[in-house]
Structures are given as C-alpha cells and as structure tokens.
Write a protein that binds this ligand. Structure first.
Ligand code: SF4
Ligand code: SF4
Length: 419
C-alpha cells in the first residue's frame, strides 16, 4: 500500500476514535463468551466468523498505529500492518457481519461489533474497496434528494395510482386525501420505502385511525448507513429531518425498515418531533381503540421475527407482540427469548448486495431457519423490508413452508370497517 493511501486511511481510523471506541478496542479479554453468539459462526463453524476474531483485525491495526507498544515492538504488541491483505481481511469481517449486535448482548463488557465494523467499513471506503453497489445506491439516493423538483411530479402521479388500492382496504372519508403528500401542519410525517407494499397498508391504517398524516417525498432507506459512509448517511437523513421541520410535524413515523428506524432514532439529534416506528404507532392505535381488527382473519399459527435494528438495537419488542395478540389466538414465540433472537442474516447491506451475497446469506443463517421451523408456525411475520426479503429467501432455500408477511399488512388486512 502506498504511503499516501496509508496516511489517508489512518486519518479515517483516527476520526472514529472516540471514548467508546477506544474502550471496545482495549477491553476484549478473549474470554470466548461471544463464540456461539454469532449466527454466522453458529451456522458455518468457521473461526473467522467469531465476533472477537472480527474485532481482532481492527484491533491489531489500532495497536500498530495508535498504541506505543505496537509501534515499538510489533511482534509482542500483536499489531498488524495496514496492507492490501489487511484490507481484504477487513472486507471479509465487515461484510459477513450484519451488525445485529447479538454478540454484544453476550459479551460481559458489551463490546459493540457493529461499531468496530464501522471502522472497517470506513477504511474500505478510503481504500475504494467497499461493495460498489452500495456506494452506487447511496450516491443515487443523495442525488435524488438534491433534485426533488425533477421527480416530484412523477412521484405524485405514482402515488395517485395507489389510492384505489388503499380504498379497497379502508373506505376512507378523507376524500381526495387518501394519500396526503407535502401537507404543512400535519401531525405525522410517514416515511415509506419505494414500492406500493410500504404505502398502501400504512395509508389504510392511518386513515382508519383518523390520523392527520402526510407522506414523505423521500424514501426511508439509508444506503449511506449500509456502506458505512457517515457523510452520505447524514445527507440522506438530513433531508427527512428538514422536510419534517418544514412541514412542522410532531412525529416522524418510519416504515418497516430497521436501518432507517435506527438511523433516524439514534442519529437525528434533538428535534421538535418524536421518532417512532410504524409498529409502535400501530400498537398505539390498537391500545387507544382508534382501530378495530378481526382476529378470525389469521386462524393459522403465527410467529414473529424481531428485526435486530428495531428490537435489540431499537428497544421495540413489546409492541409487535401486543399487535399480534390482537391478530391471532395462536402466537408462537421463537425460543429462547426475543433479546437473543437470531438475526435473519440479511442486514448490514447484505440483502442490498443481492445475488452476490445470496449463497453466503443462506449458509450463514441456517440457525435462523431452524428457529423458525421449530415454532411450527404457518405465518412468519416481521417488520423490516430487509428481513422480509432474507426470510423469504430462507423460506425457499430451507423449505420452511411458511408464509412471510409484513406485520403492517396483516394489520391492514384485518381492519374492521367503520371501527
Ligand atoms: S454483530 Fe451480529 S453478525 Fe456481527 S459478529 Fe456480532 S453476532 Fe455476528
Ligand atoms: S465476549 Fe467480549 S470480551 Fe469475551 S471474547 Fe467476545 S468480545 Fe472479547
């Protein structure tokens, strides 16, 4: 590696060294408690997929360039030279980790693998070695945000075409505001994904609950976060924050996208609006009796996959269970406990990388497929786009025999008219 590139990468490394990161880099005692915690290791049994092994690649570079012992006496300091080979190892560690943080729950020191892998991802960007598709998706998203006027008209025409589908689920009294867009003074801004499936059921439930809402002009997904680029993550996040401020909403509701929810919740800072996931909002509507649902709509056993970024990393665990208690008499929890739920294996940008990662995603998530099959459920509900895609792939690959459903669409299908 040429000295200039190395210097640039070390600058990037240094930019990540806050107190928490130094603690994670200096604390691992190699106790081995995290060995079985990672679904990739548990499914594939390869040492390189142990959480602490992934950390060690980053940690040894840290020791080499940021700790006196590693600088002076590299062989004793267990340090690693920043080289092309090290970059390859960083790629293997970072893009086989979904950032699910299951290992963090097991680690006695709470060492955060997702944070440590964010160093790896940033170094990969600096070395132009990140997955090209993720950077391309992030760039496209950033560009789209800059030229809102160019796509606004076609966006509005597309939205209008969905309204008849919304009305089929809920006969709205909202007139031509079946899917309101760009409404200043609305109480809630709903940020959806591209695609009717993220808009139609949500709109039906909002209208059924009599919500004063408006649809965001932007997509929720944050490809900047998937590729680990802090600048692009912020650009994509800020346009939603600015839209929410411009429209003076009190609440920003994020659709079923785990990463979008985590980024908005944890990185948007102190704002004049609160941030909720659509699962929390649906839970609230049911508890406040703003909507009514028909339990007979789902007679078969149902289980629920907790999206890591919404549940373990976002704290939303009770809400989906309350919703499901209103949708079915036969809810089957996955063993042992939602806090230790196996990741579906699709996060961290792996699903967005498509066919390139399919074989790895299937092999690395065998334990997830077993966890689902053990419930005996016929319906597998979840609340994240990535998880839904990955679980559908697993369903085909492992012949799980379940119907994979978005929780929000189950709720919309069970709405009782004129509730
Ligand atoms: S964050 Fe998840 S995928 Fe990454 S090492 Fe930990 S358990 Fe494995
Ligand atoms: S559980 Fe924590 S301290 Fe133990 S080996 Fe894993 S990362 Fe290190």
């Amino acid at each position: 590696m040429d000295p200039h590139t190395k210097d640039e990468l070390l600058k990037l490394f240094r930019s990540k060294l806050n107190a928490a990161m130094r603690f994670y880099l200096e604390t691992c005692t190699r106790c081995g408690t995290c060995v079985e915690a990672c679904h990739v290791y548990a499914s594939m049994g390869q040492v390189r997929y142990i959480a602490a092994y992934r950390h060690e690649i980053v940690r040894r570079i840290y020791k080499k360039y940021f700790k006196a012992r590693g600088k002076i006496w590299p062989s004793v300091g267990e340090s690693k030279e920043l080289s092309e080979m090290a970059v390859e190892e960083l790629y293997d560690a970072a893009y086989s980790c979904t950032g699910c943080r299951r290992c963090m729950v097991y680690c006695p020191f709470g060492i955060d693998t997702q944070m440590l892998m964010s160093i790896a991802k940033l170094l990969l960007i600096g070395a132009s070695a990140e997955p090209e598709i993720l950077s391309l998706l992030a760039d496209t998203s950033v560009e789209k945000g800059k030229s809102l006027e160019y796509f606004k008209e076609s966006f509005l025409a597309g939205i209008q075409r969905l309204e008849a589908e919304v009305v089929k689920k809920w006969q709205s009294e909202a007139g031509d505001q079946v899917i309101p867009v760009d409404v200043e003074g609305a109480d809630m801004l709903y940020v959806a994904l591209a695609g009717a499936h993220s808009i139609i059921p949500a709109a039906a439930v909002f209208n059924a609950a009599g919500e004063n809402w408006t649809l965001s002009l932007f997509e929720a997904v944050n490809f900047g976060a998937f590729v680990g680029d802090p600048t692009k993550t912020k650009l994509i996040l800020d346009r939603i924050v600015n839209e929410a401020k411009r429209l003076k909403v009190k609440e920003v509701c994020i659709c079923e996208c785990g990463t979008a929810y985590r980024v908005m919740k944890q990185l948007s800072g102190k704002q004049p609006f609160k941030v909720t996931s659509i699962t929390e909002v649906h839970n609230r509507y049911l508890k406040e009796e703003r909507i009514r649902v028909d339990k007979r709509r789902f007679p078969d056993p149902v289980t629920y996959h907790d999206p890591c970024q919404i549940a373990r990393n976002g704290g939303v665990m009770d809400d989906p269970r309350y919703i499901l208690s209103r949708l079915t008499d036969d809810f089957r929890e996955m063993a042992p406990d939602p806090r230790y739920n196996w990741c579906c294996g699709g996060g961290g940008g792996l699903v967005a990388m498509g066919e390139d990662t399919l074989d790895f995603r299937m092999k690395s998530s065998r334990v997830k497929a077993d966890q689902v099959k053990d419930t005996g459920a016929a319906v597998l509900a979840t609340a994240c786009e990535n998880c839904h895609t990955q679980l559908s792939n697993l369903n085909d690959h492992y012949k799980m025999g379940v119907q994979v459903r978005f929780l929000s669409s189950m709720l919309a299908d069970a709405l009782i008219q004129n509730g």
